[in-house]
Design a protein around this ligand. Structure first.
Ligand SMILES: [Zn+2]
Length: 101
C-alpha cells in the first residue's frame, strides 16, 4: 500500500471520478482506503429507542486503492507515485515531476 492515512488522493473511477479528499483510514489487508466525503452511501437508520426518529445518514464507504491516485501538490492532480530508498527510509515521489511526496 502506497497510500497512507492523511494523504490527499484523487479518485480515478466511479461516480466521484476526479474528486479529491483526505484519507481517513487505510485497510491494507483489503487494499482499501476510506476517504472523507467521497464514495458516500446513504444509510437508513432505524429508531433504536422509543421517541427516536429513523433517519437517512450519509457515510463514506471504503474505496479500492487501485482507483485512487495520490495528489501531487506541484502537479495539482492525482499522479502515479514511485518509491525509492534514501538513507534507509522509503520515500514516495511523483513520477511526473519527481517531487518527494
Ligand atoms: Zn508532480
Amino acid at each position: 500500500m502506497r497510500i497512507k492515512k492523511n494523504d490527499t488522493i484523487q479518485i480515478m473511477s466511479g461516480k466521484d471520478q476526479g474528486k479529491s479528499g483526505k484519507v481517513l483510514k487505510v485497510f491494507p489487508d483489503q487494499g482499501r482506503v476510506l476517504v472523507d466525503g467521497l464514495n458516500m452511501v446513504k444509510k437508513h437508520v432505524r429508531p433504536r429507542k422509543q421517541g427516536q426518529k429513523g433517519e437517512v445518514i450519509s457515510i463514506p464507504r471504503p474505496l479500492n486503492v487501485s482507483n485512487v491516485l495520490l495528489m501531487c501538490s506541484s502537479c495539482g492532480r492525482g499522479v502515479r507515485i514511485g518509491v525509492r530508498e534514501e538513507s534507509g527510509t522509503k520515500i514516495r515521489f511523483c513520477r511526473k515531476c519527481q517531487k518527494t511526496l
